[in-house]
Design a protein around this ligand. Structure first.
Ligand SMILES: CC(C)(COP(=O)(O)OP(=O)(O)OC[C@H]1O[C@@H](n2cnc3c(N)ncnc32)[C@H](O)[C@@H]1OP(=O)(O)O)[C@@H](O)C(=O)NCCC(=O)NCCS
Length: 195
């Protein structure tokens, strides 16, 4: 008998939050959240744009939806009701999907940053990722200057495996170093059990 196709998860609810892929109807909210967060995102996210239009946001939403549904990149919004509080995702930058390794990315709305939300969302992504998704290894990369990002990874039990020297280029065009954090499925289970 032929093997059943693997259908990736499309929704995760925890606390009052929902993680789900973007669709065209999310354009206005994505535009509002990313423009409002511009100053917060600017140092770290090259895609941040102060004058993003709803039409441009809809192009992004459609692209992200297409990537998700074609199994090439899994970006999700972080929603509280109809308010977008940020974005995250499982990105296939660690080899083919069969290897069961992905990189988690994240941004948090500027008005909600620094209040523990990023840590909660990463914990949710790890729980969902090692649960329904079936990842075996999840990775987090950040510019070594991005203290908040590194702390979020550490607070969720991720291990600093390496610091890559001069391997990336910052938003301002300078060569920068990158921390590589990772966590394996059994490590997440152990971390969960002790916290
Ligand atoms: C990085 C980011 C996802 C963290 O999410 P957050 O909700 O702001 O973080 P939290 O409130 O959960 O804080 C986690 C830790 O970082 C620390 N932190 C938060 N903002 C900080 C800042 N600006 N400078 C230094 N430390 C900071 C917190 O104090 C906390 O550590 P502690 O418990 O030891 O005190 C978020 O700030 C963000 O969107 N940044 C811009 C985009 C980005 O850098 N994304 C990550 C790319 S790798």
């Amino acid at each position: 008998m032929a093997e059943e196709p693997r259908l990736v998860p499309v929704r995760y609810e925890f606390d009052e939050l929902v993680l789900r892929p973007f669709g065209p109807a999310d354009a206005a909210e994505l535009q509002r959240a990313s423009v409002a967060s511009y100053e917060h995102l600017k140092p770290w996210m090259p895609w941040a744009k102060q004058d993003l239009t709803v039409a441009e946001a809809e192009v992004t939403c459609r692209r992200l939806a297409a990537e998700y549904m074609s199994d090439t990149n899994y970006t999700v919004g972080v929603w509280n009701g109809d308010r977008l509080l940020g974005g995250s995702g499982f990105h296939l930058r660690c080899g083919p999907v069969e290897w069961r390794c992905a990189e988690i990315g994240m941004w948090i709305h500027g008005d909600h940053a620094g209040r523990g939300l990023g840590t909660r969302v990463l914990a949710g992504m790890l729980e969902w990722g090692f649960g329904d998704w079936g990842w075996e290894r999840l990775v987090w990369k950040c510019d070594t200057r991005n203290v908040a990002s590194a702390r979020v990874a550490e607070k969720c039990g991720m291990n600093l495996e390496a610091t890559h020297r001069s391997d990336s280029v910052s938003v301002e065009g300078k060569r920068v170093d990158t921390h590589l954090y990772a966590i394996l499925r059994p490590e997440w289970a152990a971390f969960r059990a002790q916290t």
